[in-house]
Design a protein around this ligand. Sequence first.
Ligand SMILES: Cc1cc2nc3c(=O)[nH]c(=O)nc-3n(C[C@H](O)[C@H](O)[C@H](O)COP(=O)(O)O)c2cc1C
Length: 196
Amino acid sequence: MLHAINYYMILKEIVRKTRSYRRFYQEKQISTEDLAQLVDLARLSASGTNRQALKFMIINEEEKCETVFPSTAWAGYIKEWDGPAEGERPSAYIVILGDKEISNSFGVDHGIAAQSIMLGASEKGFGGCMIASLKKEKLRDDLKLPGRYEILLVLALGYPREKVVIDRVENNDIKYWRDDNDIHHVPKRDLDELIL
Ligand SMILES: Cc1cc2nc3c(=O)[nH]c(=O)nc-3n(C[C@H](O)[C@H](O)[C@H](O)COP(=O)(O)O)c2cc1C
């Protein structure tokens, strides 16, 4: 007998596996077409008053990636680690910009767009990390961005080279950490704690 497809379970699995990845197979390229398809998911996503003021810069050339990387900061809780080393850095970025000729405020649109892109990236076999900790002025200069665009978020993307697991939050400690086998642990609070 055929069972109805349980799309909730499929969606939950995609959300579950869409973790933040910070180490990649740098030599494995991501095509411009794949990245444009991810931006298309952002295009279809919700937008406050439907202004759709976000613009997206696709970066996947080696030289351009080298330009972006120094403006990004990684894994603040892992103090002994300075971010991905040469060879394990992202092979692509999507820079999410706010177009100030369309709007002066972008609300939570970039967060929504980012999650749509990251979910799609997971389904394509990529992984990545949203990066808000940025040297925005340096990045603006390096990318020669016109003043009308505000840098909102950078999505670092690549083929993941690390294992990430979800743990339960114990003793209210939400800090992610790495174990002796280099596995990255992300504590998530229980559902009971979230729902009031
Ligand atoms: C808006 C936003 C900004 C973030 N900025 C950074 C960042 O600058 N650097 C970084 O390493 N991770 C950043 N992260 C990733 C978070 O640290 C990560 O989501 C958190 O540790 C939980 O892990 P998970 O994404 O696997 O659930 C950011 C996440 C979000 C949602």
